[in-house]
Design a protein around this ligand. Structure first.
Ligand SMILES: C[S@@+](CC[C@H](N)C(=O)[O-])C[C@H]1O[C@@H](n2cnc3c(N)ncnc32)[C@H](O)[C@@H]1O
Length: 362
């Protein structure tokens, strides 16, 4: 078997049991973001948003959620070499800040170790029929494919989805404009959830009608022996997805750098899960996966280390619940959790999460 080696590559499962115990009671509930309006089928279920490092959160969750999560989507920093700066407008005050870090000082080894440790734990959280989608780009997806082969097994590779975002400006005189991301898809076992999706064709097309005759696929014919044509308006979704980058004019736009298009997440969630399943995003950013999972009646767990991410995800959740006032769809409880250190305590007490902030990518 081919394995990727890097300096100081460490087995992520050293101290696994100890860390699971350490983080069992590590998190405190900060607030109930939204209450269930009606009794739902999921009486004991609560959707959870964690503010903290997802490695520790994964050890915490392994106490109660081992093999329980049906779909995991990960959109980590890409090893792009730059941090994601934002400008924040609070009333009349404007200041610059960092939404999240992706600098790494060219230290690819630490980056790979970071994902190796986390994905090993996330695999343990994945249910027996579970599927994981890891979203990267040219910076690291080729390394990650080898790492995922090691963690999940080469045979558990399902797809490499190419997200072609045709509307993003990409500079480059000595290379072709880079216009796609790579989403690697793996399963936990050979028996996994995978729902075929169909998309509309731009133009309806005529196709020969086919039928099974004695177990052989043949062209269907009419009573005069002529082949029969049918008009087809849709087609099976393949592994190249043409979806635009989200634009500031969209009502979903949050200003968070690298916010993904909700249509992308809708496809992923529909492919890899069914209603009532548990979906997790441990690098949830502005909360796109969480919003879509909620809309599609999945249970969900979100996590991010950035205060801006938690701020935006929380606001988006409050908004969707507000807009659902008249909905008959019973919704579940939403709670947020963090390990409250001095810095977090200060921020919560300052009313940061209730503020009206306008966030803009710089
Ligand atoms: C590419 S962004 C995710 C964007 C998101 N998919 C969206 O649609 O908005 C990556 C996120 O990973 C978060 N992150 C980075 N390291 C993390 C860690 N160790 N634990 C939790 N979150 C982390 C960053 O704060 C950032 O919000």
């Amino acid at each position: 078997m081919v394995k990727l080696i890097w300096e100081n590559k460490k087995d992520p499962l050293n101290n696994y049991s100890k860390l699971k115990t350490t983080y069992r009671d590590y998190y405190t509930r900060i607030e109930v973001i939204s209450q269930r309006k009606k009794a739902s089928n999921n009486q004991n279920w609560k959707n959870m948003l964690f503010w903290g490092d997802n490695l520790n959160v994964s050890y915490h969750l392994l106490n109660n959620f081992e093999e329980k999560i049906d779909l995991i989507y990960l959109d980590p920093p890409f090893f792009s070499g730059s941090n994601y700066n934002i400008s924040v407008l609070e009333g009349a005050t404007k200041y610059d800040s960092i939404a999240y870090f992706d600098c790494w000082n060219k230290d690819l080894d630490s980056y790979l170790q970071m994902l190796y440790e986390r994905i090993t734990n996330f695999k343990k959280l994945l249910s027996k029929n579970g599927v994981i989608f890891i979203h990267l780009d040219w910076h690291a997806s080729h390394y990650m494919k080898l790492i995922l082969d090691e963690i999940f097994g080469k045979n558990r590779f399902i797809n490499e989805i190419i997200w072609y975002y045709y509307n993003k400006y990409s500079a480059g005189k000595k290379n072709l404009p880079r216009a796609h991301d790579n989403i690697l898809v793996y399963s936990k076992s050979s028996n996994f959830t995978f729902n075929e999706q169909r998309i509309h064709r731009k133009k309806p097309t005529k196709q020969l009608k086919r039928e099974m005759v004695n177990g052989v696929l043949k062209n269907a014919k009419d009573e005069n022996g002529h082949v029969i044509y049918r008009t087809v308006t849709d087609k099976k979704l393949d592994d190249v997805w043409k979806i635009p980058c989200l634009q500031p004019a969209s009502k979903e736009w949050t200003g968070f750098p690298t916010q993904k298009h909700h249509d992308l997440l809708e496809r992923i969630i529909k492919i890899g899960s069914n209603e009532g399943d548990i979906v997790a995003d441990f690098f949830c950013g502005s909360g796109t996966t969480i919003m879509v999972a909620d809309k599609l009646n999945r249970k969900w767990i979100g996590c991010d280390i950035s205060k801006y991410s938690i701020y935006l995800t929380r606001k988006r959740l409050i908004n969707i619940r507000k807009n659902e006032q008249n909905s008959t769809n019973p919704k579940d409880l939403i709670e947020s959790y963090a390990h409250i250190d001095e810095e977090k305590k200060e921020l919560i007490n300052s009313g940061f999460f209730e503020k009206e902030l306008k966030i803009k990518r710089k």
